[in-house]
Design a protein around this ligand. Sequence first.
Ligand code: HEC
Ligand code: HEC
Length: 252
Amino acid sequence: MHSKVLLFALTLPALLSAQNRIVGNAAEAEAGRGLFRIVCAPCHGIQAKGGRGPDLTTGVFNSGNRDEDLFRVISQGVSGTEMPGYGVRFGTDNIWRFVAYLRSATNRRAVASVGNATAGEKLFWSKGACGQCHRVGQRGGPMGPDLTRAGRKRSYEYLRAALTDPNAELTTGYYKITVVTRDGKTISGVQKGFDNFSAQLMTVDGVIHSFLRENVQSCEREYVSLMPSYKSWSETELNDIVAFLVTLRGDL
Ligand code: HEC
Ligand code: HEC
């Protein structure tokens, strides 16, 4: 609490002088890189090329391309997403060190866009039946994660791996619950609630089922995906569908 007050009480000239001292200075960028590897790499990758979080080396940022924009997003985070704010924990100088590092890591080589997003969009709604479980804008089903902002939230590699190996990096919270009722019926779906006494799950039709554990034969939670693997698809189909996912930036 105290440090938060200090951070935001900093005067504009003090902020600017820290920026001028740190951004563009190679030693500070190196210090930023060291911190980044410990704090940010779990989501953005050891070289900032992305993973669970977006690639930060393309030179283009959704939150704006000025140093101040990066400073803001790293200090405050992006609310409603996995991106936490670091201002309170690290303080102004360290936030500028992250900015300095990201500036030095920029690799403007355009990411080779191999797929055809229009063909990918067709596959998404037809052959892939992705819309059965995923929403994009107003369309689609609710059992899987909403993909409206997938291209903004996730890196290319993460999206591609999600298709061919859904269990590799399970989206947090989307665990599988299987209940066998007293009359022998098996129902599986995504966990909505789970404790010692009860379980709630959503089936693929979007219906939420609630059970008291004492009233069912068995109730099991597994850390596996309910998404089928698309490993058997051709390279072209996979490239197309990922090209479509990359275009999803939340503006629908
Ligand atoms: C727990 C995972 C996680 C960690 C740890 C994390 N980030 Fe993020 N970060 C994300 C996600 C997810 C997004 C995309 C948010 C969205 O949907 O807009 C993001 C977005 C960003 C953006 C904005 C990208 C853009 O295009 O505007 C920057 C910059 C950023 N992170 C830097 C960092 C830095 C620097 C650190 C370490 C101090 C860090 N992140 C730690 C997950 C994480
Ligand atoms: C039967 C339901 C179902 C179908 C069909 C399905 N998915 Fe999924 N998908 C899920 C579930 C559940 C998750 C969350 C668990 C996980 O990480 O695999 C998920 C996760 C994902 C993720 C990771 C999202 C994130 O932000 O972490 C992506 C990307 C994705 N699916 C894309 C697709 C695409 C593209 C298709 C069609 C080719 C598809 N899915 C078909 C249920 C489904």
